[in-house]
Design a protein around this ligand. Structure first.
Ligand code: SF4
Ligand SMILES: [Zn+2]
Ligand SMILES: [Zn+2]
Length: 331
């Protein structure tokens, strides 16, 4: 598998830091950075088509909210966005972090985010779950059994089911506050392949079709989400973050039961070992499915307004408001 490998770079004399079984190449730190930049830059043009002057009518720059978490992926994503777009005066990148309220996990990762943003001189905006009417995740986890007892829909839900909804809502609020026109997420190739596999095995093709990037099929009222690292394997991102000496947090969230994601991670890793390039294949397949959906018009999500908050949803009451009412029942 990839990882730190002995041997010299396929493009120069320097020692390699990564081996790509899917391409047969070994790359040193400098060539790994150049290779990732090239792939990200090419895909970014597909995901976000910016005019020559992307400024708003009032002259303010086109703002991109980069969702950062303190992990390696979002650190490299922020760096790449700056590297590629940072010189444009008509584009501004703002970093946004969500504090889920998880003791021992969030504060060290927010320290990494602060260090990264001050190193790069990037504005950092933040939001906590309590700021928008939820509760800290540590509290939510405590009251989850009582919620499940009262509400059949909540049975079998894991902490991440709640956290995912709250996080999405928090990022939407940050995007609104910062007037962001696009939101960048740090998902890498392994994350994408795992999500595609999990959705396909449940027969949820549409769910995969709705995965970011959303530039071709924007959801009304929400800034499109882009995923600049979606073609970059996790090991390469990890190696580059180490080579560049970026501050990032290695810890695991204590509520990440995520048995399904873990199983999917193992399956994807085994697939890739047996057939190098399998992760790329899964993402290419999704692109083809997406194309077929958009040609047939089936990919257009049935967009409604939530009867409680007015937010974008495919249901009568959005998932966020439903969960808020569950939380309020317990307090
Ligand atoms: S692992 Fe789950 S609970 Fe923990 S931060 Fe991520 S989504 Fe939230
Ligand atoms: Zn090299
Ligand atoms: Zn709502």
């Amino acid at each position: 598998m990839c990882g730190l490998q002995v041997g010299s770079c396929s493009r120069c004399e320097n020692p390699s830091v990564v081996y790509q079984p899917y391409s047969g190449q070994r790359l040193c730190g400098r060539h790994l950075r150049a290779s990732i930049r090239k792939r990200v830059s090419k895909d970014l043009r597909n995901q976000l088509s910016l005019p020559k002057d992307a400024r708003e009518a009032d002259g303010s720059p086109f703002r991109i909210l980069a969702a950062v978490s303190g992990g390696k992926d979002s650190a490299i994503m922020l760096h790449m966005l700056f590297d590629i777009l940072g010189k444009r005066r008509d584009v501004e990148i703002v970093a946004g972090v969500v504090d889920e309220g998880i003791d021992g996990y969030r504060s060290p990762s927010i320290d990494c985010v602060e260090e990264l943003c001050s190193m790069m001189d990037v504005e950092l905006v933040r939001i906590g779950y309590e700021d928008i009417g939820y509760q800290r995740m540590d509290e939510v986890v405590k009251i989850m059994p009582a919620i499940a007892e009262k509400n059949p829909d909540a049975k079998g839900m894991m902490p991440c089911s709640f956290c995912g909804v709250f996080r999405r809502q928090s990022l939407n609020t940050l995007a609104e506050k910062t007037n962001a026109r696009a939101m960048a997420l740090g998902h890498n190739l392994d994350d994408m392949a795992q999500s595609i596999l999990m959705n396909l095995q449940k027969g949820e093709v549409e769910r995969s079709v709705r995965l970011a990037p959303h530039t071709q099929t924007p959801i009304d009222g929400l800034p499109p989400r882009i995923v600049p690292l979606r073609w970059i394997p996790e090991q390469e991102i990890h190696a580059l973050a180490m080579v560049m000496g970026l501050p990032f947090f290695h810890g695991e969230c204590p509520h990440a039961a995520g048995a399904q994601r873990q199983a999917s991670r193992n399956i994807i890793a085994a697939l890739e070992t047996n057939t190098p390039g399998a992760r790329h294949g899964l993402l290419h397949s999704l692109e083809n499915i997406r194309e077929a959906f958009s040609l047939s018009g089936e990919g257009n999500m049935d967009v409604k307004s939530c009867s409680v908050c007015g937010g974008v949803t495919s249901r009568e009451v959005c998932q966020s408001c439903t969960m808020k009412s569950w939380l309020n029942e317990q307090t």
